[in-house]
Design a protein around this ligand. Structure first.
Ligand code: ZN
Ligand code: FE
Length: 256
């Protein structure tokens, strides 16, 4: 089986457009639909026809182009069961643990409530790909709009068990601000210091930081590291639960 191909491009202010393409069948999935013109241009550039949209959550910057793309390509729209009423044009709804087939590749749905109540991530175990949208960012995690910190912490733990070599595609280029914040929480982490320097350089050249790797996130993303003794010491929270430490880090980021 040939490898799936991926095309990444900027949309709106700081969203990513992502197209996932199977060279054997020609099927192409747009991960979310942030901006019609940018997605259409990317598909045309590659000569791909969009057959699917994999929606992660209902926010406007992720579903805005659903209906226009469906109109243009006649594509099928998949999305989260727990907020399916808010997904324009949805054809099939998926919940936690559901699996479907994309061009012979298994896709596993992981429900990750937190940012929204029904947010889902799409995992392709054979290709080691995760489309995490606004749940897990490079060095960050999504804002808690619809669920409390405890739910988001639980969601991140579900992602953390995926293999370290999983490439993680996320919804927004927030990485520079995330890196600067991460250094305030975990200042002595050498891996994080090195990564923050790389990110400063990449962004100075206008380059994007997508994708990241699950193993790297586990080593450097403070939102995945509330159990870390140095972070706990730094926050004066040595005897608190992981959930409480996570909630504190999220609160500090909201005010950063
Ligand atoms: Zn969102
Ligand atoms: Fe978003």
């Amino acid at each position: 089986m040939q490898q799936l191909e991926i095309e990444i491009f900027p949309c709106r202010t700081d969203n990513f457009g992502v197209l996932l393409h199977c060279p054997e069948t020609g099927e192409t999935a747009s991960i979310d639909a942030p901006e019609y013109g940018a997605i259409l241009a990317a598909a045309e550039r590659r000569g791909w026809r969009i057959t699917h949209i994999f929606t992660t959550h209902h926010h406007g910057d992720h579903v805005e182009a659903n209906l226009a793309l469906k109109e243009h390509f006649g594509c099928e729209i998949y999305g989260p069961r727990n907020e399916s009423v808010a997904i324009p044009g949805i054809d099939r709804a998926f919940g936690d643990g559901d699996r479907f087939d994309f061009s012979g590749h298994a896709v596993e749905v992981i429900e990750t409530p937190g940012h929204t109540a029904g947010h889902i991530c799409y995992h392709l175990p054979d290709s080691k790909l995760l489309f995490a949208a606004d749940t897990l960012f490079a060095l960050g995690c999504g804002r808690l709009f619809e669920r409390p910190a405890a739910d988001m912490w639980h969601s991140l733990q579900k992602l953390a068990v995926l293999p370290d070599e999983t490439a993680v595609y996320f919804g927004h280029e927030y990485t520079l601000s995330n890196a600067r914040f991460a250094l305030t929480i975990d200042p002595d982490n050498a891996r994080l210091q090195a990564r923050a320097a790389e990110i400063e350089a990449l962004r100075a050249e206008g380059k994007f930081t997508i994708p990241t790797m699950m193993g790297l996130e586990k080593e450097t993303n403070p939102f995945m590291r509330p159990a870390d003794p140095a972070i706990r010491r730094n926050l004066l929270m040595e005897s608190r639960t992981n959930e409480e430490v996570f909630a504190e880090i999220r609160k500090r980021k909201d005010n950063f």
